[in-house]
Design a protein around this ligand. Structure first.
Ligand SMILES: [Zn+2]
Length: 398
């Protein structure tokens, strides 16, 4: 094959490499001052000025004068160009889809109830219907979509694209999801685990929050999962299943878990457990919105279930703090919709149980996107792909 690019090591090759570095930096981090670009790349201020001028001429970035920390600065922002991205959050009982442009404006979004027992084909047909509705609302067409990412609840084999055993959508287990999505929607789709995309949404949508330490996102729902951003990248682990915090053993001889072990966090703090206890107490079937309403109104049993959930979740977060000492732990998922009633006792439990140094260093917060962390994380992942700036993998593929 005849090489067609600039000669390796030439001035042209060096400039192209530096252009790509600067572009990747502002696309990943959002608006960045020229001084910060120079600091992060190690390039001189004059070089950065020249490179930014070239990127402006190519229509890939824009430059604004702004006051940053009291100083006049040249702020470089990425320009997304043409096209849209699609994010899909497949939950056990909900589907959430969102459409955004490449400047990270959400143009349309929709959430619809899904029956957990419905087949994958029924689910995909619903997805297709919702996509049609989104496109109509945004005045767009299918060919405008440049990249799509979707998340599913449960451990995901990244290599095969299949949901593993123990997932919360039994009808979807073992399917080649990327292939099924592509057939149903007519679009290539990248598949991820829901808590991983929740972590991405909280960390990076619409722009990355600067972190000195890591971010751990807990998705508190029918199951309990987590996603971890460590050293600026999503941590998947050797098996690709890292973050299954719901199966952390908290009671050696506790209740039997769906994973086959006993006393997992999920058997004590997942939604079905707290709703089951509350339903028995009030003698009718309580769902999560009703639990949240009752707890906020001061209902004794509803409050007790918040406190119990907080105690177990707090213990798990304390373990995470001792192990990873993250900068931020985010509580997300529908159970976190109960808000400060859960957050405050979780914080107390972390202070009580974690070692003093990591307990002092961590900020425990509620998800800033509420129930949309996952779908916004999907938009982030799709945007990175559309811009040709995917995050580096957390492990080397074998
Ligand atoms: Zn388990």
């Amino acid at each position: 094959m005849t090489p067609t690019g600039p000669k390796p090591g030439s001035q042209t090759a060096l400039r192209q490499a530096n252009l790509a570095r600067v572009l990747a930096l502002v696309r990943a981090g959002g608006p960045t001052t020229q001084a910060e670009i120079a600091r992060q790349t190690g390039l001189s201020a004059a070089s950065v000025t020249n490179l930014v001028r070239l990127l402006v001429a190519k229509g890939q970035v824009k430059v604004d004068d702004a006051l940053v920390a009291g100083r006049r600065s040249r702020v470089v922002s990425p320009l997304g160009g043409q096209g849209l991205v699609l994010g899909i959050d497949i939950g056990r009982t909900h589907f959430c889809l969102a459409l955004a442009d490449l400047d990270k404006n959400v143009l349309a979004e929709v959430t619809e109830h899904n029956d957990a027992a419905s087949s994958a084909d029924q689910g995909l047909a619903l997805c297709n219907l919702l996509l049609g509705r989104l496109l109509a609302e945004a005045g767009a067409k299918l060919t405008d979509i440049r990249a799509t990412a979707a998340c599913v609840p449960g451990p995901l084999d990244v290599a095969s694209g299949q949901i593993g055993a123990g997932a919360l959508l039994p009808e979807w287990t073992g399917l080649d999801l990327a292939d099924r999505f592509e057939q149903a929607l007519g679009l290539p789709v990248t598949i991820e685990n829901d808590a991983n995309l929740g972590a991405y949404g909280e960390w990076a949508w619409p722009s990355r929050r600067p972190l000195n330490g890591g971010l751990v996102y807990l998705r508190l729902a029918t199951g309990i999962g987590s996603g971890m951003v460590l050293d600026g990248r999503l941590w998947r682990g050797m098996a690709g299943t890292a973050g299954e915090i719901g199966h952390m053993t908290l009671q050696e001889n506790g209740r039997l878990c769906r994973c086959g072990n006993r006393g997992c966090l999920e058997t004590m703090a997942a939604a079905p457990v707290l709703l089951g206890t509350l339903s028995a107490a009030v003698e009718h079937r309580v769902d999560l919105p009703e639990w949240i309403r009752l707890a906020k109104a001061g209902h004794t049993t509803a409050i007790r279930m918040v406190e119990e959930t907080a105690r177990f979740v707090g213990a798990a977060v304390a373990n995470v703090c001792n192990l990873l000492s993250p900068e931020v732990v985010v509580l997300g998922g529908p159970v976190a919709g109960v808000g400060r009633l859960l957050l405050d006792p979780v914080r107390e439990e972390v202070m009580r149980r974690a070692l003093p140094a990591p307990a002092r260093a961590v900020r425990v917060e509620l998800a800033r996107h509420g129930g949309r962390s996952e779908v916004y994380g999907a938009l982030y992942l799709a945007t990175q792909e559309a811009l040709g700036a995917p995050d580096p993998p957390s492990r080397v593929e074998g």
